[in-house]
Ligand binder design. Structure first.
Ligand SMILES: NC(=O)C1=CN([C@@H]2O[C@H](COP(=O)(O)OP(=O)(O)OC[C@H]3O[C@@H](n4cnc5c(N)ncnc54)[C@H](O)[C@@H]3O)[C@@H](O)[C@H]2O)[C@@H](O)CC1
Ligand SMILES: Nc1ncnc2c1ncn2[C@@H]1O[C@H](COP(=O)(O)OP(=O)(O)O)[C@@H](O)[C@H]1O
Length: 342
């Protein structure tokens, strides 16, 4: 392997780069770093999930006539394509009104992190819900930036009609509001500080859909392992979290993966991500966006996967190869939506 790398020659791997694990995306030891990989029949998880994905270079799939054979197997992994996402986008019908489109509630922000509330609302306003209710101490900051948001500072249960809640970005230690949301019988997305504060038994006991959106650091804390272990084995980590908490889990990072609660269905891997998204607050935009899709009626797995797809695309469209901030990503979500919907 080293001789090949040291030679400076173009390296093309056949099916998979030697040394990467085809089924898990893990790289247990030395592995070939290919410029390109030609793979056969179907994509393997190791070509889609980091850290292995990075070793494959540009991937080209060649059909070798396995179509009929492959159809007999349930895939372990799937990546939504443009047409899949287009079918899932919640588009208002002629008879829609703001309530029929869904109302998303946002419990986020604190005196220390008012910006997280603004960014979460920024994502929520672009996710297809008909109204965004913000509940918390950053109402003035939210309203200054987004006068269309409905704001209050009381308990979430008194905020008015909400079809799905997002709780956690920049929340600080406001466990009371979080508890109200977890007790609500509507879909709930829990992110950031919410993942640290939440009563784990209460999450397990929920009957309405729950979507947890940890980054690797938060996932590591929830699993009681190191962050490195999560990053080295993303598929194992996301499946284990979903099983342990009886929730749908979206694990963020270099490859974003979504696993269904109680083991149902393939793990979704997001194909649109870009490392320009690695900027403070972009996760807050994602949680607002995915929560809005939940309020608009998507199931937790679809809301997570479509949210990550639009977020990744928005990151690319906003960045175009230059650094951007989280607000720029939120502002580009309509461009991503149009790109998918066209
Ligand atoms: N504008 C704002 O107000 C912002 C507020 N934010 C809020 O700031 C608070 C602290 O959030 P942090 O997540 O930065 O907490 P920390 O900085 O305390 O990080 C917690 C742990 O996770 C690790 N970690 C952080 N980001 C990671 C990543 N993307 N991948 C892997 N590991 C990672 C850290 O090294 C650390 O071990 C949260 O409430 C968050 O929502 C952030 O969302 C950034 C923007
Ligand atoms: N290297 C990367 N490649 C692609 N996406 C990334 C990368 N690093 C971070 N991201 C994305 O950026 C967002 C960061 O969210 P998060 O870690 O919650 O940060 P914050 O709390 O600052 O908002 C997530 O959507 C994550 O998937």
């Amino acid at each position: 392997m080293r001789a090949a790398e040291d030679s400076g020659a173009l390296i093309v791997s056949v099916d998979l780069p030697s040394g990467v694990d085809a089924d898990t995306g893990q790289v247990p030891g030395d592995a070939v770093r290919a410029d390109a990989t030609v793979t056969f029949g179907t994509y393997k998880p190791g070509l889609l999930v980091d850290p292995a994905r990075e070793y494959a270079g540009a991937v080209r799939l060649v059909d070798i006539g396995l179509g009929g054979e492959l159809g007999a197997y349930e895939p372990e992994l799937e990546a939504l394509q443009y047409a899949d996402v287009q079918r899932l986008l919640p588009v208002p019908g002629a008879e829609s009104d703001k309530y029929r489109r869904g109302v998303v509630g946002v419990v986020a922000g604190s005196a220390r992190y008012p910006g997280a509330a603004v960014l979460c609302v920024a994502g929520a306003l672009r996710g297809g819900a008909g109204a965004v209710r913000y509940v918390g101490p950053a109402a003035d900051a939210v309203i200054a930036r987004f006068p269309e948001a409905l704001v209050s500072d009381g308990p979430p249960a008194k905020a008015g009609r909400v079809q799905a809640w997002v709780a956690g970005p920049g929340l600080g230690d406001d466990a009371g509001r979080l508890r109200d949301v977890v007790d609500a019988d509507v879909p709930v997305l829990i992110d950031a500080d919410g993942l640290r504060l939440v009563d784990r038994d209460a999450v397990r006991a929920r009957t309405a859909p729950t979507l947890l959106t940890p980054h690797a650091g938060e996932a590591a804390a929830l699993l009681g392992v190191s962050r490195g272990e999560v990053e080295a084995g993303r598929l194992d980590a996301v499946r284990e979290l979903a099983a342990r908490y009886g929730a749908t889990v979206l694990l963020k990072g270099s490859t974003t993966v979504v696993a269904e609660a109680r083991g149902g269905g393939a793990v979704r891997v997001n194909p649109t991500g870009t490392s320009w998204l690695a900027t403070a607050g972009s996760g807050d935009v994602l949680s607002g966006l995915a929560g809005s899709l939940l309020a608009a009626g998507l199931g937790a797995r679809d809301a997570g996967a479509v949210g990550a797809f639009l977020h990744g695309l928005a990151g690319r469209l906003a960045a175009e190869g230059a650094p951007v901030g989280a607000q720029d990503v939120a502002d580009a979500v309509p461009l991503a939506w149009r790109d998918v919907g066209a």
